[in-house]
Structure formats: C-alpha cells, structure tokens
Design a protein around this ligand. Structure first.
Ligand code: VLZ
Length: 138
C-alpha cells in the first residue's frame, strides 16, 4: 500500500510555477499574485472517491473524482477551461490526465520522505511542488 495522500498539507517549495501558469495562459497580473501564495492542500478519501482541495488567501479550487472514472472538470478561478480528466494509480503515484485545449496537461501526486509531492504539467512545462504535512494529530 502506498503511503496515504490523505491529510492537510502546506507548500514548502514551488519550482517553475510561473512557466506552468504561462503555458495555461494566465495573465501577468494574476501570475504575480499567484507566485506569492503559500498553497495548501486538503486531501480526503471517502470510499472510492477523492476530494482534493487547494486553498490560498487568493483563490480556492476543489476537485472530486473516482480513480479510473473519467469526469468533466472545470478549472473555475484558475484558467477557466473545461477538461475531460482521468485519474489512475501507477505504482505509488496518483496520475491525472487532463484532456482539452492544452496538450500534455495533468498532474502527478506521490508521497516521498513524509512529504506530498506534486508535478503539474502543461504543454511541456513541469511545475514541481512539495508540501509538508500539517494534519493535526491528537
Ligand atoms: O491541483 O491542479 O493537486 O486540482 C494554483 C492556484 C493552484 C493559484 C492550481 C491561483 C491548482 C491561480 C493545481 C490564479 C489564476 C491543481 C491538482 C493537484 C488538483
């Protein structure tokens, strides 16, 4: 069993985010704001469903899906595009392919050294983010 992605996470590094946003066609003014954000993720699993919430002081984005089941995704508040998305496991990596106007678009999540890793792909750009666990245990 791969280490669980579930929990609360806070971004500690973010490499090539600007080029990823450029590939998505995000405006310079929005990119300037987005670049300063400390993104947080809350990942929940309810039966066969995943809920991934990305939050910040500027924009929030939630996606809900079942592994292996294609779904319609609307990237509201991000680049506002309609996608056909499909998430699958490949070993310990949770991989999403996002089909639409932009080629080679998607993301991959995995756990490594107790950190949540994320690669965001679009049109040949790869943004690499790492998150530390901030789940409260008591
Ligand atoms: O995450 O696709 O965890 O949806 C950027 C928000 C986060 C910043 C993008 C504001 C979400 C941008 C990344 C202003 C235009 C993403 C997936 C993987 C789940």
């Amino acid at each position: 069993m791969p280490a669980s992605l579930s929990g609360k996470w806070e971004m500690i590094s973010n490499v090539n985010f600007d080029n990823y946003m450029i590939a998505l066609g995000i405006s310079a003014s929005l990119r300037k704001i987005a670049a300063k954000l400390t993104l947080k993720k809350k990942i929940e699993r309810q039966e066969d469903q995943f809920i991934v919430k990305t939050t910040s002081t500027f924009r929030n984005y939630t996606v809900t899906f079942k592994v292996g089941q294609e779904f319609n995704e609307f990237t509201k508040g991000l680049d506002n595009r309609h996608l056909k998305s499909l998430v699958r496991w490949e070993g310990n990596k949770l991989i999403c392919e996002q089909t639409g106007e932009k080629k080679n678009r998607g993301w991959t999540h995995w756990i490594e050294d107790d950190k949540l890793h994320l690669e965001l792909f679009c049109e040949g750009q790869v943004c690499k983010q790492v998150y530390k666990n901030v789940s409260k245990t008591r």
